[in-house]
Design a protein around this ligand. Structure first.
Ligand code: XMP
Ligand code: MG
Length: 168
């Protein structure tokens, strides 16, 4: 086990309070990046006292492998326009940065009033391109991890409460 559900919850509670302050008086759109970001986002919004709507974006770069293919595909697009809206993008994990860079570029092309990106996990040593992350809760080593929304090879185990690392 890498990160227990208790530590995850603590971290998310603090982030929720910080975002509540940052967005005081604003209406925002929260976008969980699917699939991995669904559980993090579901918990995070419950710790945010902010007027918010939810939209979804889906991205895929791994296929069934444990290493990124380097090719990002959009698997689901938002239903409502993002123009002029304050967007909070919620992602499970950043490694090379390719997925977030692709999605951030897409969102920015739609002229939101603002864009902020929060990630639960950061594999800092894996970065291949710069992408702006505003908040990250945990830095983790360069290991394949799953649980708490992230899948193991084959697509299972997203429903674990803890984050675990694959045996090397
Ligand atoms: P990049 O390299 O684009 O990777 O920054 C981010 C995306 O890749 C997935 N990812 C993982 N998924 N365990 C997973 O289950 C991992 O250790 C892992 N590392 C990266 C993730 O979907 C993220 O959106
Ligand atoms: Mg993902």
């Amino acid at each position: 086990m890498l990160i227990s559900s208790e530590r995850i919850k603590d971290g998310i509670r603090k982030l929720g309070a910080k975002l509540t302050d940052l967005y005081a008086g604003k209406r925002i759109v929260v976008i969980p990046l699917l699939k991995g970001g669904f559980m993090f986002a579901a918990d995070l919004v419950r710790f945010m006292d902010v007027d918010l709507q939810i939209e979804f974006l889906g991205a895929s770069s791994y296929g069934e492998q444990t290493e990124t293919s380097g090719e990002v595909r959009l698997t689901l697009d938002t239903a409502l326009p993002l123009s002029g809206r304050h967007v909070l993008l919620v992602e499970d994990i950043i490694d090379t940065g390719l997925t977030l860079a692709y999605i951030q570029k897409l969102i920015k092309s739609r002229n939101p009033a603002s864009l902020r990106t929060v990630v639960l996990l950061d594999k800092i040593t894996g970065r291949k391109i710069d992408s702006e992350i505003n908040e990250c809760i945990f830095n983790i080593p360069d290991r394949f991890v799953f649980g708490y929304g992230l899948d193991s090879p084959g697509g299972f185990n997203r429903n674990l409460s803890d984050i675990v690392a694959l045996k090397e």
